[in-house]
Design a protein around this ligand. Structure first.
Ligand code: FES
Length: 583
């Protein structure tokens, strides 16, 4: 790619700082108020650093230090850094779910970049929704942008046992409920499962989405796999600061990086990692910001050809720290061969193929060879049928195989509270072949489509030693979860989707190889129930929630706001006809 290098007068910030008028006087005098003399910023690229650090986000605790390293790099390369706080979206603490606020941060990122004198942008994220949200906003603004991934935390440890975020929480919680471990053991797990800064180190949404960001071309090569506390993470942060300054002069923008092929690369990456099902929703939303109309059907098509190579929990055995030592994402991408389009541009000005050319696998236990993959193609399946006309998803690799083709009687819970109240009741009419159904857990109904999709197994069935059952909801599921959980059922039950019409005792049929999900009732019966269905009261009456419920689209459309779309596709990327700037 050869573009003319920008001159200082062509910088966007020149309009704020370089013009000799009254408004620029104001900007310069107020910059002087902050202690900067003209020599420190005049004619230099202004770099906005969107930092999602906060005192309640454990995954980003090191961002206070990392942002200083980014600034160091920016200064050294001749730029002028401005740190701007952005919503922290702390996965463990924010209720009802960070997903309710993903679009809020995406809008905040876009409008922050738009309204301040940014020439280039560093996005600092990692905890689940922060990565897609920041990228969505930056893609829409289309200024030179680089992503700094928080990096995974170190492996968890308790009494010599390696612990993985989320996955081992569910595992030991089930053991505690089944009486297999003591309260003291449970406390030990609590103390050892998260023992350093960084995002979840299993293949949850965070590891999946930061890896997708790297495969898309938005990070320096190899960055997404480096554990947060590693000194190489700090070094990469400084290099990220250096590189963004050069990207501004080169005018290397998201629209040069995100294409149909780079989106396919990112989807392939998510699948080869056996990544979180949440990535589907996020990839659809961010691809459409760039005018790339990613659909569930295309996702399924890529899933059918993509082997799972990463042996990482919850699908596999190891954790992100092991993945890094085994060669990391670059090594896995290289092993994927022609399934990855190496011609795609990345933020360092080189192609993805150039960036991975010298990568090597150092442990075939952690990163499998393509000739002998961990799983041939079972990372993800998109289902359809009368229960999910607009689609649903399942991660077959994380489910017991006997449940891939299964028919069972529905046990229906009308919402989360109903499920919490009755799931462990001795009276509950169910056995291990039953199908647990949760309603009102979708984007509008829950609200925010929380990660409730790994529905609990009734205690009386757990006590029989059963560890998996078919479970269906319109919720999402944490990427660190596992089990035969059908998720993202669309349209959702709260707005009258067929899931709302399922009743106790209905037979539900799942067939993963044939991608089918049906409730075995007649069309006439379905129509009769639909006619009798009464819409529930809206969740919100005012504020952001009211706007959210009015405009959020269903999971198959990435849970994006309808008003962020243009021309029937999602794109509001400047190259796809974005909003004009008002200065
Ligand atoms: Fe932040 Fe899991 S809690 S990534």
């Amino acid at each position: 790619m050869s573009k003319k290098r920008k001159t200082p007068e062509e910088l966007r910030s020149h309009r704020w700082y370089g013009v000799n008028d009254l408004r620029s006087f104001g900007h310069r005098s107020r910059t002087a108020q902050m202690g900067y003399s003209r020599e420190e910023y005049a004619g230099k690229p202004v770099i906005a650093i969107l930092n999602t650090w906060s005192e309640i986000n454990p995954c980003h605790t090191h961002f206070k230090q990392r942002v200083e390293e980014v600034k160091r790099g920016i200064w050294q390369a001749g730029g002028f850094p401005i740190e701007l706080p952005a919503q922290t979206l702390s996965e463990p603490f924010q209720k009802p779910t960070t997903m309710l606020y993903r679009n809020f941060l995406a809008m905040e990122a876009e409008e922050t970049i738009r309204s301040y004198p940014a020439d280039g942008v560093v996005l600092m994220g990692g905890c689940d929704k922060t990565t897609p949200a920041l990228l969505m906003g930056a893609i829409s603004m289309d200024l030179p942008t680089i992503f700094l991934p928080a990096g995974p935390m170190l492996n968890g440890n308790w009494n010599g046992v390696t612990l993985g975020s989320g996955s081992d929480t569910w595992k030991y919680w089930a053991d505690l409920r089944a009486g297999k471990i003591t309260e003291e053991d449970w406390k030990g797990v609590e103390g050892g499962i998260a023992r350093s800064p960084g995002h979840c180190m299993t293949m949850g949404t965070a590891s999946t989405m930061t890896s997708a960001a790297e495969a898309l071309g938005f990070t320096l090569p190899g960055f997404a796999s480096i554990p947060a506390p590693d000194s190489r993470h700090a070094q990469m942060s400084a290099k990220t600061g250096m590189r963004i300054v050069e990207m501004v002069w080169e005018d290397l923008k998201p629209s040069d990086i995100i294409t149909r092929k780079s989106v396919d690369n990112a989807v392939t990456t998510c699948l080869a990692l056996s990544g979180s099902t949440n990535a589907i929703v996020h990839m659809i939303a961010l691809a459409r910001r760039a005018g790339v109309d990613l659909t569930l059907a295309q996702y399924d098509e890529i899933a059918r050809r993509t082997p799972v190579l990463a042996n990482i929990r919850p699908t596999g055995k190891y954790l992100m720290e092991d993945f890094y030592y085994a060669g990391g994402l670059r090594a896995m991408l290289k092993e994927l061969g022609e399934l990855i389009d190496g011609t795609q541009m990345t933020v360092n000005g080189k192609t993805l193929g150039e960036n991975i050319a010298d990568a090597q696998i150092y442990s075939e236990e952690v990163i499998y060879r393509r000739a002998k993959p961990l799983m041939p193609d079972t990372g993800l399946a998109v289902l359809r049928g009368n229960l999910a006309p607009d689609g649903a998803v399942i991660k077959p690799g994380a489910a017991e195989k006997r449940l891939h083709v299964h028919t069972g009687k529905a046990v229906v819970f009308k919402d989360y509270n109903d499920m919490a109240a009755r799931i462990d009741s001795e009276e509950l009419d169910c056995d291990e072949n039953s199908v647990i159904v949760l309603q009102h857990a979708g984007p509008v109904g829950a609200p925010g489509m929380p990660e409730w999709g790994q529905l609990p197994i009734p205690q009386k069935i757990l006590q029989k030693g059963v560890r998996d059952m078919l479970r269906i909801s319109d919720a999402r599921m944490s990427g660190t979860s596992y089990g035969a959980c059908v998720l993202h059922v669309a349209p959702e039950s709260f707005i009258g989707g067929p899931l709302a019409l399922v009743q106790d005792g209905d037979l539900i049929e799942l067939n993963v190889p044939e991608r089918r999900l049906n409730v075995l009732i007649s069309d006439e019966e379905m129509a009769r129930r639909k006619a009798a269905w009464v819409a529930p009261e809206p969740r919100f009456r005012r504020g952001y929630g009211a706007m959210y419920q009015m405009h959020v689209m269903q999971a198959n459309n990435g849970c994006e706001f309808d008003f962020m779309q243009r021309d029937g596709v999602g794109g509001s990327c400047a190259s796809a006809g974005g909003e004009p700037e008002i200065h």
